[in-house]
Design a protein around this ligand. Structure first.
Ligand code: 4AD
Ligand code: MG
Length: 430
């Protein structure tokens, strides 16, 4: 019977066949241990010379790394193994050989691994990270589905910029100019006016010349947008959302988190509510922590975010930033004109900002004034103004960066490991 590694535990004492690759092998004169993987998991196959036909022993002993196989054997319970089972091999058929596989079990440098990303993905560590990424996406959809959000897909090719013009990827759109989307937000606002609570999930692009462990050129963002939801309520939804994602991963990906050596206690603690600190108080806190040269009105860099996050054991919202350093669409604070109703959610342990969100300006005249200040007179934004003209309502939304969230939850040091094929400054291959 043909099955997968993940299903072996349901076939104890039965003889089954799996399609697999050989990820590693140890053998002596009498016994060979085959480390097998099939995408659903990893399992050890044991070949005992005295118990198999001679040609099978010869095949097993000669197998090279990443050879593809059909392996038949009897499933045996084995409490020492991570999957709880072992396969006592009775037959091995080679599908296709693999000679001189470049990624050996020894250590390799980062650039070498990145050049071989198409193969590096097969490793146990990358497999675990991709499984967690998949579960995060699944849990996100689950949360929004349960809370009656409708998924809407904004365009990737756009005629306008949502997050400033300095990081736009330009392309020709026949005779017009177009840009790759930096954020679907503006379109999601239109969608919220049609469908109430909506979310998008898709690739976004920033031509950022930053070479940090948090920046990708192409990254995936989840962007909810909610009609009739004001700033404070949006923060409550965000903390519920992030708690649900983290707790779901803990529940469904324990094995992967263990493979990754993640400290589970740090994640177990991630439950709503999350602390909030205003930008003003964050400045005071930073000065107390010895950042003497930060001044009110300046944006925070990675060291500042890390220092603020260190004061808490959960993600923390930094609220009400100065309007000068935030996007044109954010609604001013009702009692102060110098700050806006926004928040960045900062992950613990130095992973930095994972969410940026705000209440949006819903007043037509104020939005027109912002347009003038930002020089957005272009026809490309006309439709966005019209959203304020026909039954405007208070609304809020946010964007969560998937790769930074995967990095935080898996404990990966750099976002390059959190997406199958990272697009980085100076890297378009493979
Ligand atoms: O803070 P940002 O720029 O917010 C927006 O784009 C809003 N329009 C979202 C919204 O309200 N709908 O980006 C949101 C998140 C950041 O918090 C971060 O997690 C991630 O996107 N992000 C990046 N991730 C990887 N590489 C980059 N270059 C990123 N830039 C932003
Ligand atoms: Mg931001």
């Amino acid at each position: 019977m043909k099955t997968t590694i993940s299903q072996l535990k349901n076939h104890i004492d039965e003889t089954v066949t799996i399609g697999a690759w050989l990820s590693n092998k140890r053998s002596s004169g009498k016994i060979a241990f085959l480390q097998l993987r099939d995408g659903t998991g990893f399992v050890q196959g044991v070949v005992v010379k005295a118990e198999v036909a001679e040609d099978i022993w010869t095949t097993a002993k000669g197998l090279t790394q990443e050879t593809s196989l059909y392996v038949t054997g009897k499933v045996q319970q084995d409490d020492r193994s991570q999957t709880g089972v072992e396969l006592v091999v009775t037959d091995v058929k080679v599908i296709s050989e693999s000679v001189d596989y470049p990624i050996t079990p020894k250590e390799h440098g980062t650039e070498f691994l990145m050049d071989h990303r198409h193969l590096w993905l097969r490793s146990k560590r990358q497999h675990a990270i991709m499984k967690v990424r998949n579960e995060i996406i699944h849990a996100m959809y689950e949360f929004f589905h349960k809370n009656e959000f409708i998924k809407v897909d904004p365009p990737i090719l756009t005629g306008s910029s949502a997050e400033g013009t300095t990081t736009l990827f330009h392309t020709k759109y026949f005779d017009e100019d177009a840009y790759l989307s930096q954020s679907g937000q503006l379109y999601m606002e239109a969608a919220a006016m049609a469908l109430g609570k909506v979310f998008s999930f898709g690739p976004t692009f920033r031509a950022e010349k930053s070479k940090t462990r948090r920046h990708l050129i192409e990254f995936w963002m989840i962007e909810p947008e909610m009609a009739f939801v004001e700033h404070e309520e949006s923060l409550e939804i965000q903390e519920q959302f992030v708690s649900h994602v983290v707790q779901s991963v803990l529940e469904r990906c324990k094995l992967e988190l263990t493979v990754l050596g993640r400290d589970l206690s740090k994640l177990e603690n991630v439950k709503a509510p999350f602390p909030r600190i205003s930008y003003d108080d964050a400045i005071t806190l930073l000065k107390e922590k010895g950042f003497d040269d930060i001044e009110w009105g300046e944006d925070f860099g990675a060291p500042h975010e890390t220092a603020i996050a260190e004061s808490y054991d959960k993600p923390v919202f930094i609220t009400n930033y100065p309007k000068e350093i935030k996007a044109f669409y954010m609604k001013p604070h009702p009692e102060r004109d110098d700050v806006v109703l926004c928040a960045d959610l900062i992950a613990p342990e130095g992973y930095g900002e994972i969410i940026g969100g705000s209440q949006r300006i819903d007043d037509l005249e104020l939005m027109k004034a912002r347009y003038e200040e930002h020089g957005l007179t272009d026809d490309a934004y006309k439709w966005y103004l019209e959203l304020r003209q026909y039954g405007s309502v208070p609304h809020s939304g946010f964007g969560l960066g998937l790769e930074r969230t995967v990095a935080w939850i898996t404990g990966a040091e750099h976002v390059r490991e959190t997406i199958p094929f990272p697009r980085l400054l100076n890297r378009l291959y493979p």
